[in-house]
Ligand binder design. Structure first.
Ligand code: PEP
Ligand code: MG
Length: 574
């Protein structure tokens, strides 16, 4: 039966493929230590799950889906070989015996080791086989967890997989960087949640906030995911399928054409010089930054170095990551944000229970509460300043005392590096994110003490309108065009320009075409966004004449009727 689901469009593009349902439990396997007397039983439980999974494969052979008849046997054979390979089963047995851990944990650790090994292969075909390893391991994991899996379609050639989950954390999603899903579909999440931000940076069409997709979609259902409209069509008829295939190739062609603007300067028609920078999560992302012609990194969300691991990155590891970006960007500006952990991005094992995590111990608050963690990062960051044009950006600042404490930490770290004879840029620029209404309203406090500012519209909107950006139930209230938000933006950009302090926007608004002219009209000259969006925004900048949009921008600021605001915005963009 064909039906359509509507959610929140978070990452554009069109994907067509087969549903692969993932339950959160397979991603978040718990780890516990067993009493010695249960070790034998645990190994037997693991072996029983292996036997049951073998049986599952045998059943699959007799019930192969008709659409993939030719390939399916080869696919099953390969996955059966992986299942039977001692590489998958011997090490978990050892781990259970030696480390006394539960079978699920042992399997998950071995799966990750194997995936990393496959990832290192030069040969693209072999690299791709990591998907098979993961699928087999997950099938086995489901057996262990008492929920046998279904038949996924072959994961290669012309058959694409679409991940369908109830919820995915940003940490979950970043793991899929190497898993080549064609699209992500979830029940939970909002347009500026960090999960959405990662989906965009993976360049993967995604629709979040569908509420009951996980329940309604079955394994292997054919799906069309329209990341532009926020629509998922389940089991489409052949006319709709043909129409979407056409739209998909048109979309890809448009993207290719836009990339021709890669080396063009982003100047407006009247000659205003606009900087278009990129947001990244990992050092590997800089290849894409360059491919899309961004002229710097406006936001490196360093906290992603801390996710999906059981230990913390030490000074050396962090330094190498920051240096790699500094060197890779070859003198272009690299703005590294001190870690913004807490709320929806938690270090493993440190998950804190807070009544309102977004209002709790997050970002700079956590850094100041954990001085050792903060000092380690600052040492790594300052050391990296010697290797490129690195600036340090501090998230979630709200008061003079936080700014003062932060600057004291930086000064003390500089002093200790100087004493150790380690080189760093003594003039490194320190900036603050304006993402709390208090910071926007008291901008002079920030402008006086810092070297540059960056507006985090995702949080600024969340905190101004009191809307949890991760909660799909209030996602419809999230409104960048709310008069309160527009006034704050106008106030911050206008004041920063008057004070002569560099100001940028690095929240998702900076990468939304609908708001480019509005932000230019408010006086913004520096934007930072996910890499893939740079060419489209550049095209809009190139076709804008700033003096011509001044009157309409002011009119929007004076309007309080939401419909009228949208009408004026359409005029601005036409
Ligand atoms: C923001 O809040 O707009 C921002 C850029 O930071 P993050 O999305 O990481 O909270
Ligand atoms: Mg933020």
């Amino acid at each position: 039966m064909s039906f359509t689901l509507h959610g929140i469009a978070v990452s554009s593009g069109i994907a067509i493929g087969y549903a692969n349902l993932i339950s959160h439990t397979t991603l978040e396997v718990s780890h516990y230590v067993l009493p010695i007397k249960f070790i034998g039983e645990e190994v037997a439980r693991f072996d029983a799950a292996l036997a049951a999974t073998r049986e599952e494969f045998a059943n699959m052979r007799s019930n192969r889906p008709s659409y993939a008849a030719a390939e399916f046997d080869a696919f099953l054979e390969l996955q059966q070989m992986i299942l039977d390979d001692p590489l998958l089963s011997a090490e978990p047995r050892n781990m259970i015996a030696e480390e006394r851990c539960n079978a699920e944990w042992a399997l998950k650790v071995q799966m990750e080791t194997l995936i990393a090994q496959f990832d290192a292969f030069e040969d693209a075909y072999l690299r791709e086989r990591q998907t098979d390893v993961k699928q087999v391991a997950e099938r086995l994991l489901k057996q262990l967890l008492g929920q046998p899996g279904h038949v996924p379609p072959p994961s290669r050639d012309d058959v694409e997989l679409i991940l369908v989950a109830h919820d995915l954390s940003p940490a979950d999603l970043i793991q899929f960087k190497s898993h080549q899903f064609a699209a992500f579909v979830t029940d939970a999440g909002g347009a500026t949640s960090h999960t959405a931000i990662v989906a965009r940076s993976l360049n993967t069409p995604s629709v979040l906030g569908l509420r009951n997709a996980r329940e309604l979609i079955r394994e292997n259902d054919l799906l069309i995911v329209d990341g532009e409209q926020g629509v998922v069509i389940v089991n489409p008829d052949k006319h709709i399928l043909a129409d979407y295939k056409l739209r998909q190739s048109e979309w890809e062609l448009d993207r290719k054409k836009l990339k021709r603007l890669r080396s063009a300067k982003a100047n407006t028609l009247d000659g205003s010089v606009i900087e278009l920078h990129a947001n990244i999560e990992k050092p590997e992302d800089i290849a894409e930054v360059k491919e899309n012609g961004a002229t710097g990194i406006g936001l490196f969300r360093s906290e992603f170095l801390f996710l999906n691991r059981d230990n913390l990155p030490d000074e050396e590891e962090q330094f190498e990551a920051y240096r790699a970006v500094a060197v890779g960007m070859d003198g272009q500006p690299v703005t590294i944000r001190t870690f913004d952990l807490g709320a929806d991005k938690q270090i493993k094992g440190e998950e804190r229970v807070a009544n309102n995590p977004a209002l709790g111990l997050r970002a700079i608050r956590l850094c100041l509460a954990e001085p050792q963690l903060f000092r380690t990062q600052l040492r790594a960051l300052l050391r990296a300043t010697h290797y490129g044009n690195v600036k340090i950006l501090v998230p979630m600042l709200s008061s003079v005392s936080e700014i003062t404490q932060t600057l004291q930490f930086i000064e003390a770290t500089k002093k200790s590096l100087a004493e150790d004879g380690i080189p760093f840029d003594h003039e490194v620029k320190i900036g603050g994110m304006i993402e709390i209404p208090a910071a926007a309203l008291a901008l002079n406090v920030f402008a006086k003490r810092l070297d540059f500012l960056s507006i985090g519209t995702n949080d600024l909107i969340q905190y101004t309108l009191a809307i949890d950006r991760t909660d799909e139930q209030v996602a419809h209230l999230y409104d960048p065009l709310h008069p309160a938000v527009l006034h704050l933006l106008s106030l911050v950009i206008g004041s920063a320009n008057r004070y002569g302090i560099p100001i940028s926007v690095c929240g998702e608004m900076a990468g939304e075409l609908a708001y480019t002219r509005l932000l230019l009209g408010l006086g913004l000259r520096q934007f930072s966004m996910y890499s893939a969006q740079v060419p489209s925004i550049k095209q809009r900048v190139l076709s804008t004449n700033v003096p011509n949009i001044a009157t309409l921008t002011q009119k929007i600021l004076r309007t309080d009727d939401p419909l009228k605001i949208r009408e004026l915005l359409d005029m601005l963009n036409s």
